[in-house]
Design a protein around this ligand. Structure first.
Ligand SMILES: Nc1nc2c(c(=O)[nH]1)N[C@H]1C(S)=C(S)[C@@H](COP(=O)(O)O)O[C@H]1N2
Ligand SMILES: [Mo]
Length: 541
C-alpha cells in the first residue's frame, strides 16, 4: 500500500488529475486526499485531547482505546510485548495505535476525494469507538464520552472546511446531471488549501499539547509537591551496614524511586490529590469505615523496609525492588471495622478500576501489611500509587500492592475474581524463593583470577538463610551473605570465584528461612511466579 507522504513534492508523486474530474488545477488528488484525512483526523484527536484535559485524562479516546486493548490482550501477546518492549510496552502500544490511525486516515482521506461520505463515516466511526472505549473504562461514566464526541465533531468541521478549500464538491455529480447541467469546475486554490491546512494542523497540535499539559498538571502533581512526609511512631530499624555488599555491579540495597520497576495496567497514570482521596472499607464488616488522607496519616504509622516483587518477573529478571515505606497498619484498620469471620478475601480497588485480592488471613496475621503513603523518604511517586497504596510483605504485587487505592471490600474468594484472576492467574500468590546473579553479566568476558560473583536472593516474609553457587555443574558451594535487614527484604550475596580460562556456567540457588531450597524446576511466570536456578555463561580469557 503506497502511503503518499505529505512532504513529497506534489509534482513528482501526484497521480495525474483525471480529465473527467474537470478541476481547474491539476489537483494532486492523492496528496490532497491524504492531507485531508491526516489533518481532519489530527484535529479530531487534538480537540479530543484538549477536552480530556478538562474532563480527566482517562476520557481521552486514544488512552481509553489503549487501556481497553491492554485489558483485552491475551496472555501470550502480553508476555510477548513485555519480552520485546520491556517497560516500553506502553509506548509501543501507543505508537501502534498512532500508525494504525495514520494509515486509516490516509486511506480514507484518499478514498473520500470521490466519495465525501467516506470521510464523514470515518470520523463518526472514530468518535463511536472512542465513546465506547471511554464510557466502558471501569472508573469512567457518561461524561467521559464528551472528548470523543467533541473531537469527532471538530474533525468533521475541519474535514468540510478543508474540502471546500481544496475545491472538492460535496458529492460527485451524477453523470446525467453533469452532462445536462455541468457545474462550474471548483478551482483548486493551492494557497487557500495550504493556509487552511496550516490552521488545522495548528489547532490539532495546540489542542493536543494543551490537553496533555492539563492532564499532567491535574491534581496529583501539585498535591504531591505540597505534601510533607508524615513521621512514623514506629520507625524502621536502621539498615545494617553489612546489608550492602561492597561489590561493583551488585546494585543498591535500597532501590531509588526513579529506578524502581513499575508494573500496572494504567496507560494513563491516575491523578488523585491527597485532598480528594478517600478510602472506604466495607463488605463483610461490622462497621463500614470511610477515611480521608488526613485521618489516615493521623493514625499511628509504621516505617518498614519491604521488597516488592512482580509475579511476571522471569528468572534473572528485574521486576523487583526494595524500598522503605511509611504507612498505616492495615490490620488495625480492619480490626476497627470488625472483619466478619466468613470474610476470606480482601479486595482492594484503585481509582482506575484495577482490583487485587489478598487473603484476609495474611492481611491480619501480624506482618506489616500497610496502606503506604511514603516511599524512600518521599510522598509516594505518582506512578507508584500516590497518594496511597497497599503493601503486603510476602505476596506478589498483583494480589496485594494496589496503587491509587480507593476501596477495600471484605468478601470471599468464591464471590469475586479480581483483575488478574479473571485472566486465569492464581488467586493466591505468595512470593517464591528466588535468587539472581547481578554480576558478572551473562556472556561476560573475564580475566582469570578471583571474580566476585554476586547478586540478590529473596523469599519475603520467610527470609534467606543460605545462598549457594555452582560452577560447571559441580558441587554447590556456599556464598557469603550480606547482613539481613528483615525477613521481608531481599538479601545480597557474593561468591569469590577463582576463575580459570575457558567457558563456564554459573548457577545460583537460595534456601529460605524455613530451610527450603528454591526449586530448580523451570517454570514460567504464569500462573503464579517463575522458578528455576538463574544460570549464566561467561568466558574467561
Ligand atoms: N492500581 C494498580 N495497582 C497495581 C497494579 C495495577 O495494574 N494497577 N499492578 C500491581 C502489580 S502487578 C505490581 S507487581 C505492583 C508494582 O508496583 P510498582 O509499579 O510500584 O513497582 O503494583 C500492583 N498494583
Ligand atoms: Mo506484578
Amino acid at each position: 500500500m503506497g502511503i503518499v507522504g505529505p512532504m513529497q513534492p506534489t509534482t513528482t508523486t501526484a497521480a495525474p488529475a483525471e480529465p473527467s474530474a474537470s478541476r481547474g488545477d491539476a489537483a494532486p488528488r492523492r496528496i490532497v486526499g491524504a492531507l485531508l484525512g491526516i489533518l481532519s483526523g489530527a484535529v479530531a484527536l487534538g480537540v479530543a485531547e484538549l477536552m480530556a484535559g478538562v474532563i480527566g485524562g482517562a476520557s481521552s479516546p486514544v488512552l481509553a482505546v489503549g487501556s481497553s486493548f491492554i485489558d483485552a490482550t491475551p496472555e501470550w501477546l502480553k508476555s510477548f510485548a513485555i519480552r520485546t518492549f520491556g517497560s516500553n510496552d506502553k509506548t509501543a502500544l501507543l505508537a501502534g495505535i498512532g500508525v494504525f490511525l495514520l494509515i486509516g486516515a490516509v486511506v480514507l482521506g484518499i478514498a473520500s476525494v470521490r466519495r465525501a461520505w467516506l470521510g464523514v463515516a470515518g470520523l463518526v466511526a472514530f468518535g463511536a469507538v472512542g465513546v465506547a472505549a471511554a464510557v466502558t473504562r471501569p472508573a469512567n461514566g457518561p461524561v467521559d464520552a464528551i472528548p470523543s464526541i467533541v473531537g469527532a465533531a471538530a474533525g468533521l468541521g475541519a474535514y468540510l472546511i478543508l474540502r471546500r478549500a481544496a475545491g472538492l464538491p460535496r458529492r460527485e455529480p451524477h453523470a446525467a446531471e453533469a452532462k445536462s447541467n455541468p457545474p462550474p469546475p471548483p478551482a483548486f486554490d493551492r494557497r487557500r488549501f495550504m493556509w487552511t491546512g496550516i490552521v488545522a494542523g495548528g489547532v490539532a497540535l495546540t489542542g493536543a499539547k494543551a490537553g496533555q499539559w492539563l492532564i499532567r498538571r491535574a491534581d496529583a502533581t501539585a498535591s504531591r509537591e505540597a505534601l510533607g512526609v508524615p513521621t512514623a511512631v514506629d520507625p524502621a530499624a536502621p539498615i545494617p551496614a553489612g546489608a550492602q555488599l561492597d561489590v561493583p555491579g551488585i546494585g543498591p540495597f535500597v532501590t531509588p524511586n526513579d529506578r524502581f520497576y513499575r508494573v500496572d495496567t494504567a496507560l494513563f497514570v491516575p491523578s488523585v490529590s491527597a485532598d480528594a482521596w478517600t478510602l472506604k472499607v466495607h463488605g463483610l464488616v461490622d462497621r463500614e469505615i470511610t477515611l480521608n488522607y488526613d485521618q489516615l496519616v493521623a493514625r499511628p504509622l509504621i516505617e518498614r523496609d519491604i521488597t516488592l516483587t512482580c509475579v511476571s518477573n522471569e528468572v534473572g529478571g528485574r521486576y523487583l525492588g526494595n524500598a522503605r515505606w511509611i504507612g498505616a497498619p492495615l490490620k488495625d484498620l480492619l480490626e476497627e471495622a470488625g472483619v466478619r469471620s466468613d470474610a476470606t478475601q480482601l479486595v482492594s480497588t484503585s481509582t482506575d478500576g484495577f482490583t487485587a485480592g489478598t487473603p484476609v488471613a495474611v492481611a491480619m496475621d501480624g506482618r506489616d501489611a500497610m496502606l503506604a503513603v511514603s516511599m524512600n523518604g518521599e510522598p509516594l511517586p505518582i506512578e507508584h500509587g500516590f497518594p496511597v497504596r497497599m503493601i503486603v510483605p510476602g505476596l506478589y504485587g498483583y494480589v496485594s500492592a494496589t496503587k491509587w487505592i480507593a476501596d477495600i471490600e471484605l468478601t470471599t474468594f468464591e464471590a469475586f475474581d479480581p483483575y488478574w484472576a479473571k485472566r486465569e492467574w492464581a488467586k493466591q500468590a505468595p512470593i517464591k524463593t528466588e535468587s539472581r546473579i547481578d554480576t558478572p553479566r551473562a556472556k561476560a568476558e573475564l580475566g582469570a583470577g578471583e571474580v566476585a560473583v554476586a547478586g540478590v536472593a529473596w523469599a519475603q516474609h520467610r527470609g534467606i538463610d543460605k545462598v549457594e553457587v555452582q560452577v560447571d555443574g559441580g558441587a554447590w558451594l556456599p556464598a557469603e551473605l550480606g547482613e539481613e535487614a528483615t525477613i521481608d527484604t531481599w538479601r545480597q550475596w557474593v561468591f569469590r570465584w577463582p576463575a580459570t580460562p575457558g567457558r563456564h556456567t554459573i548457577a545460583v540457588r537460595a534456601t529460605d528461612g524455613t530451610g527450603e531450597i528454591q526449586t530448580a524446576e523451570q517454570a514460567d511466570p504464569f500462573p503464579n511466579g517463575a522458578t528455576g536456578d538463574h544460570t549464566i555463561e561467561v568466558n574467561v580469557a
